[in-house]
Design a binder for this molecule. Structure first.
Ligand SMILES: Nc1ncnc2c1ncn2[C@@H]1O[C@H](COP(=O)(O)OP(=O)(O)OP(=O)(O)O)[C@@H](O)[C@H]1O
Length: 355
């Protein structure tokens, strides 16, 4: 499907939303940024719940808004998922899904079946919402949004109301949506972990504007952003499970820059995974050394930037085709001669497998 072109400018007292986005037609695009940066407002403009004068919105080649056209919200083929599923209490899960489908006046059996399968709720269809856990309710809510066969799925912090365990339960279902749906998903989140795990594309917002936008790994590796991710700054690598060490409960994952050992999570050899390496867990050295750190790879400094504290630097290092970030004190950066082009050893104290 062709992508999304969205241009909106809308002023409220004390706040101006001014965005111009070109987004892919598939996969998860995360809208990330501090509270009040305008993420929900972008979703509302796309849904037609907010009207930005002179806005422009094209989804999959169809014009939903421009100078001469305004498609009302109820005619936009979207699914919208909020923090709380807000299912009708008097209807079963099946009844809730059918209600949404009736309202969209279509014959979408394929949408219904796919939604039920993707969210794994076949066994819950006869249950009433008050008999479901928070995570099951949210899965039913997402299935209801998908059952109408939308062209676009909007999700506004869908995990924010769930506790950590429920979040962990539901994340694999969201990964399935990302990998199997043919429509784009716009996903608002405050959580760097969720973004790193789920997103293909990242849009960073601040003060009503887009400050960065692009493929996830590339955008996370930017060191020039006015708002950095602070303690959560780090890189994401695409890798494949290459070997399991049953004795030590470790798994070797391979990426373009080499191999890393991570805690085994019972994933089979050959499985594609994402690996997250936080900048605070990466250090640089002239020699590979003899420390307890197992993951040490040669890299080449690509760029050096300021971090949030004047004593700290954020260093981007190329390892194979991948970019890693390292947080160092400026003093140690100076003593190592850290500068673009310098080759050094990249030591990773902790590496997290995200699937
Ligand atoms: N209808 C409205 N009337 C007045 N101000 C509004 C309206 N809608 C949005 N705003 C303003 O837009 C700003 C951005 O709000 P928005 O909900 O889009 O931010 P957000 O990034 O989604 O925040 P959060 O992460 O806290 O949900 C708010 O601070 C608010 O002042």
């Amino acid at each position: 499907m062709a992508g999304i072109q969205a241009r909106f400018r809308r002023e409220w007292p004390g706040f101006c939303l001014d965005v111009d986005l070109g987004l892919p037609g598939r996969g998860v695009t995360a809208l990330f940024g501090p509270s009040g940066s305008g993420k929900t407002s972008v979703l509302r403009c796309i849904a037609g719940l907010e009207r930005a004068p002179q806005g422009h919105l094209v989804v999959g080649g169809d014009v939903w808004q421009d100078a001469g056209r305004w498609l009302p919200a109820h005619q936009r083929p979207i699914g919208y998922v909020f923090q709380e599923a807000s299912l009708f209490a008097h209807l079963t899960v099946m009844g809730n899904l059918r209600y949404g489908m009736k309202r969209s006046q279509g014959t979408q059996h394929a949408g219904f079946d796919q939604a039920v399968a993707l969210l794994g709720i076949g066994h819950l269809l006869d249950r009433k919402p008050d008999t479901l856990s928070g995570g099951e309710r949210q899965r039913a809510g997402i299935a209801r949004a998908l059952a109408v066969n939308p062209r676009l799925l909007l999700m506004d912090e869908p995990l924010a109301a769930l506790d950590l365990q429920r979040k962990q339960e539901i994340l694999p279902f969201l990964e399935r949506l990302r990998d199997e749906l043919d429509i784009p998903v716009l996903y608002v989140s405050h959580s760097p972990h969720e973004v790193a795990r789920l997103a293909d594309t990242l849009v960073v917002m601040d003060g009503g504007r887009v400050v960065a936008s692009g493929p996830l790994a590339q955008t996370l590796a930017r060191i020039d952003l006015p708002i950095t991710l602070g303690e959560d700054a780090g890189a994401v690598l695409d890798a494949t499970v290459g070997e399991l060490d049953h004795l030590w409960h470790l798994a070797r994952v391979d990426f373009s820059g080499g191999s890393l050992w991570v805690r085994d999570q019972s994933l089979p050899v050959g499985r594609r995974v994402r690996v997250r390496v936080l900048a605070r867990d990466v250090s640089l050295a002239q020699e590979p050394g003899s420390s307890s750190i197992q993951n040490v790879l040669p890299g080449c400094v690509d760029a050096v930037g300021d971090d949030q504290h004047p004593g700290l630097a954020l260093v981007r290092v190329r390892v194979g085709d991948a970019m890693l970030l390292a947080r160092l004190t400026k003093r140690s950066a100076a003593s190592l001669g850290v500068a673009p082009g310098r080759t050094l050893w990249v030591q990773m104290k902790s590496v997290a497998l995200m699937e």
